[in-house]
Design a binder for this molecule. Structure first.
Ligand code: UD1
Ligand code: UDP
Length: 369
């Protein structure tokens, strides 16, 4: 039996873990121990995903919530190390680019436990993003790099990562979209609940520190979204970071008058909102891709994206954030703009490939080389 300790902590990691964990369970030789750092902790940022996506409850809940980067990552490092000492797993699996990812990878490598990184090789080339630091550091201490795209593979090669460590498997978020997309149609009633008509609203999400923590930028974005709201209803499931920022700036009530602000929603409701939007305006990594999966044009409120193939295919457009007018115009410009067909994220079998590779690595030699 191969024992894998998986680290999750933030919302997108629960979604990525769902198909991989299912693929592990379908083998008879992988035992998975789930460690939840606690980075996201509200019911609608964490528990709802375990229930909806049928992820096994965490074996360890470390309860490490917010804090400065150093404090949060450091406390996770310490707590994860304790679990790894106790469990002695054969490998540690981490997802994406959050502080939970870096803490998990670092705790493992220091104990000489091989690291598996799912969603390796993404780069924004913007070192001001905390995620960029987390990704680069994690990839360079990882033994098994599961890259979602060709661009990610090229990034890893350019950084001198040994070829035999890189696996181009596709994107596990595409696996999740295929698996749960249908379920959303059958079970979500969100459109009726918030009273919007299919293909007659804009779905927006904002949570990147670069957009929320700079008051001038936050104000420009929200004024731009309010202006969009004069043309089409805007629905915005509000991330807690952005909730805090809007509150601090006394903008929340003003914005509520012009945008339908809702609490963060579960995955099935989110998929429903994405599928039936006229367009999506977001700074989220996962939401940019989901827009493409459901063939909805996307305006990205960032100056660069890791998902370069979406821009190349013409499904994703970067928004200029000079002032409220450019934000509004650039968002509305993507209406009715479909891009070219393409399959940059694989065939929905990424999770199975990951499970196969893990199984083979241990069958072959009892561990990673
Ligand atoms: C984190 C990740 C980011 C990812 C995002 C997904 C890092 C550095 N950032 O950003 O890459 O895109 O998750 O959503 O790891 N909060 C709550 N309740 C919760 C969760 C968070 O109130 O359930 C509050 C925290 O107390 C904090 C703020 O939201 O004040 C930000 O949370 P944090 O996990 O530090 O970063 P995110 O912005 O969520
Ligand atoms: N998501 C969700 N409910 C919401 C907002 C997002 O289920 O209210 C899902 C979304 O469908 C995607 C993932 O969360 O699968 C993206 O997470 P997030 O935007 O928090 O982080 P990022 O992908 O930018 O790291």
């Amino acid at each position: 039996m191969v024992k894998i300790a998986t680290i999750v902590g933030a919302r997108p990691q629960f979604i990525k873990a769902a198909p991989v964990s299912r693929a592990f369970r379908s083998t008879d030789c992988i035992q998975e121990i789930m460690i939840h750092t606690g980075q996201h902790f509200d019911e609608n940022m964490s528990d709802v995903f375990f229930t909806e996506l049928e992820i096994p409850q965490p074996d360890y809940s470390l309860g490490i919530h917010s804090g400065s980067h150093g404090m949060q990552t450091g406390r996770m490092l310490e707590a994860i190390e304790r679990v790894l000492y106790k469990e002695q797993p054969d490998a540690v699996l981490v997802y994406g680019d959050t502080n939970s990812t870096l803490a998990g990878a670092l705790a493992a490598v220091k104990l000489h436990i091989p690291v598996i990184h799912v969603e390796a090789g993404l780069r924004s080339f913007n070192r001001l993003m905390p995620e960029e630091i987390n990704r680069v550091m994690t990839d360079h201490i990882t033994e098994f790099l599961f890259a979602p795209t060709e661009a990610a593979v090229i990034n890893l090669r350019k950084e001198g990562i040994a070829e035999h460590k890189i696996y181009h498997v596709g994107d596990v978020m595409y696996d999740a979209a295929l698996y749960y997309g249908q379920k959303a149609d059958n079970s979500s009633r969100i459109l009726e609940m918030i009273r919007v008509d299919p293909k007659k609203y804009v779905l927006a999400t904002i949570h990147r520190p670069g957009n929320t923590d700079d008051p001038a930028r936050l104000q420009t974005i929200f004024e731009g979204l309010c202006q969009v709201g004069q043309e089409l209803p805007v629905v915005l499931p509000l991330h807690p970071r952005t909730y805090g920022a809007l509150q601090r700036m006394n903008l929340l009530e003003k914005v509520r008058d012009q945008i339908k602000i809702v609490e963060p929603v579960g995955y099935l409701d989110m998929v429903m909102l994405e599928k039936w939007a006229s367009l999506i305006a977001t700074d989220s990594g996962g939401v940019q891709k989901e827009a493409f999966f459901y063939e909805v044009p996307c305006a990205t409120l960032r100056s660069e994206t890791e998902w370069v193939e979406l821009v190349e295919l013409g499904w994703n457009h970067l928004v200029r954030m000079d002032d409220r007018q450019t934000v509004c115009l650039d968002i509305l410009a993507v209406l009715d703009h479909s891009g070219k067909a393409g399959k940059p994220y694989g065939d929905g079998e990424a999770a199975r490939r990951i499970a196969d590779a893990v199984e083979r690595a241990f069958e072959a030699g009892g561990g990673f080389d």
